[in-house]
Design a protein around this ligand. Structure first.
Ligand SMILES: *Cc1c(COP(=O)(O)O)cnc(C)c1O
Length: 206
């Protein structure tokens, strides 16, 4: 089942130049091992401690693993995050930028943008994006692009378009957007990184 799911998504996206991030949060070990057995090596996690438990050992076993942090990052977890993760997709404030620079000056990062200006969501607001990007550039951070999670009750395309437009204005090449239900749409809007969990692994267990 999981092998077929993965193959199906890879077939669907093969005409695009996009990285598939298999989101393994809250998934049981045997499902993760099945995806690894297919040769897939790029995974996303949203919590540092949970990810450590799941990947510390497997890291040694699979040296070509690439782990993306896709969930909110507290400054007191940055050190641990920089040890485990290859990419941080949730850079959204100056304090966090300074902390990342301290521990991993070359860490590839996406700036997370709160495109829907939702109070409960992390991410920098569109209004502050340009200044924040300048700030990161002055710190010589390795900013790959922008990431967003659209509000659930609005058309995702609106937000994908907005993110793409902002990335272009800032001269950033990469866009992390699109999840299980909207990754095809995201690719039409230029996503270079899609984050797919349940469509690969099935429902999460919590
Ligand atoms: C959980 C999560 C995903 C994957 O969600 P699915 O709907 O299972 O594909 C993608 N991005 C982020 C930021 C997530 O937290």
């Amino acid at each position: 089942m999981i092998t077929a799911n993965l193959q199906n998504i890879k077939d669907n996206i093969k005409q695009y130049d996009a990285e598939l991030i298999a989101v393994s949060k809250k998934q049981p070990d045997e499902r993760i091992d099945e995806v690894l057995a297919c040769g897939h090596r790029v995974f996303g996690e949203n919590r540092v401690q949970e990810a450590e438990a799941r990947w510390d050992q497997r890291r040694n076993q699979y040296p070509d693993l690439k782990l993306h942090l896709i969930g909110p990052l507290q400054t007191n977890k940055v050190k641990a995050a920089c040890v485990l993760f290859d990419v941080i997709q949730t850079l959204d404030r100056e304090k966090l930028a300074r902390e990342i620079i301290k521990h991993a000056p070359d860490m590839p990062c996406f700036i997370q943008v709160n495109t829907g200006d939702e109070d409960q969501k992390t991410g920098i607001s569109i209004n502050e994006l340009q200044d924040f990007h300048n700030f990161c550039r002055d710190l010589k951070m390795n900013i790959l692009g922008l990431m967003c999670i659209p509000p659930i009750d609005e058309p995702a395309g609106l937000h994908f378009g907005l993110l793409a437009q902002n990335a272009k204005q800032l001269g950033l090449k990469h866009l992390s957007m699109g999840m299980s239900n909207d990754y095809s749409l995201a690719l039409e809007y230029g996503a270079t990184h899609i984050r797919v969990g349940s469509k690969i692994f099935g429902e999460r267990i919590s």
